[in-house]
Design a binder for this molecule. Structure first.
Ligand code: HEC
Ligand code: HEC
Length: 278
């Protein structure tokens, strides 16, 4: 018995350094530190980009969103496109037909979801977000998706998504935060229009958008919509005007910029975004 206890104590002592290595400073701790090493400084830069993309990555961000508009709570929310996903990459992806690195996914989201410019592979912004993602991935599985990956896949409802019904849901449940014209308010970012994600974004896919909305919206009342309501409102958002898919060509992009410029000239109000309001 005594020997057994010694053995247990021995194992505990031996595993202490391992347990200590598990402890990771929180972002708040990093923010308070006077001196950061290179890795920590990079993690903090990545966090700042995710939380306030227009301010910390102005060269590449393009609209009224920030990464955390969709990767909720700085990428820490399960079923809200969490970013603790480093262990899943590199990964095959049908969208571009190649095996994608984590960095490729980050660059893609700048181009499509932030409707901005694709940064080069070695851009400091991309490396910083990548460092933040591996920081978040601490303790998550390697080679298999973490729990709460992406958003839930909603079960078949037996009825097609219906945009007019979705419009009624939008008016009732979303207008107070996202605005009657979808352009956002000080409380929430735009969900359509020029300041929103573009047509090529992974968010512009009805079943995925429905899963996101069902699990995360209306904020504070998550999971209160029926699956059908989530599908309907996703279909309503899907048919609204938003920036073109940049893969569709430069000419279309140019026409769009001229139109955008003209509508600004003739006094169409520019949407307020939480970032601009801060
Ligand atoms: C408009 C919503 C939206 C915004 C804003 C957005 N993303 Fe995404 N992001 C998505 C969606 C949707 C997916 C997953 C769907 C897919 O496969 O396209 C995704 C996937 C990712 C992935 C892969 C995650 C995984 O689960 O495999 C990474 C990494 C990522 N985004 C990083 C970023 C970064 C960094 C930013 C800010 C520069 C950003 N995203 C902004 C919607 C968004
Ligand atoms: C109480 C306010 C509130 C309500 C109500 C609300 N949202 Fe949101 N929504 C937010 C906030 C805030 C974010 C961004 C989160 C962040 O930046 O941290 C967001 C993000 C989103 C996004 C992803 C980012 C974007 O702008 O495209 C979508 C899509 C969305 N909401 C759809 C909806 C839909 C559909 C409804 C109604 C069913 C709804 N929301 C109701 C506050 C709200």
């Amino acid at each position: 018995m005594k020997n057994f206890l010694f053995a247990v104590a021995g194992v505990l002592v031996l595993s202490l350094p391992v347990l200590q290595a598990e402890a990771r400073p929180t972002i708040e701790e990093l923010q308070k530190r006077a001196v950061l090493d290179d890795y920590e400084a990079n993690v903090l830069f990545g966090y700042n980009i995710v939380m306030d993309s227009n301010r910390y990555a102005p060269r590449y961000a393009g609209n009224g969103l920030r990464c955390s508009s969709c990767h909720l709570n700085g990428g820490t929310k399960r079923d809200g496109f969490p970013l603790f996903v480093a262990g899943v990459y590199p990964k095959w992806r049908a969208k571009n037909g190649v095996r994608n690195s984590l960095e490729m996914r980050i660059r893609d989201c700048f181009l499509y979801s932030l409707s901005g410019v694709m940064p080069p592979e070695e851009a400091p912004e991309v490396l910083a977000v990548s460092a933040y993602i591996s920081y978040l991935s601490h303790g998550q599985p390697i080679g298999t998706p973490p729990e709460g990956w992406g958003v839930p896949t909603l079960p078949e409802t037996g009825a097609d998504p219906d945009p007019p019904r979705g419009q009624a849901v939008y008016k009732r449940e979303c207008t107070m935060c996202h605005g009657a014209d979808g352009s956002g308010t000080a409380a929430a970012p735009p969900v359509w229009g020029f300041q929103s994600f573009n047509e090529g974004s992974g968010m512009n896919v009805v079943p995925r958008l429905a899963g996101f909305i069902w699990a995360n919206m209306p904020m504070g009342k998550e999971r209160s919509l029926t699956h059908q309501e989530a599908l309907d409102v996703a279909a309503f958002l899907h048919i609204q005007h938003r920036p073109f898919d940049p893969r569709e060509g430069k000419l279309k992009k140019l026409a769009e910029e001229i139109y955008h410029g003209l509508s600004r000239l003739f006094g169409k109000k520019e949407p307020v975004t939480p970032q601009a309001a801060r």
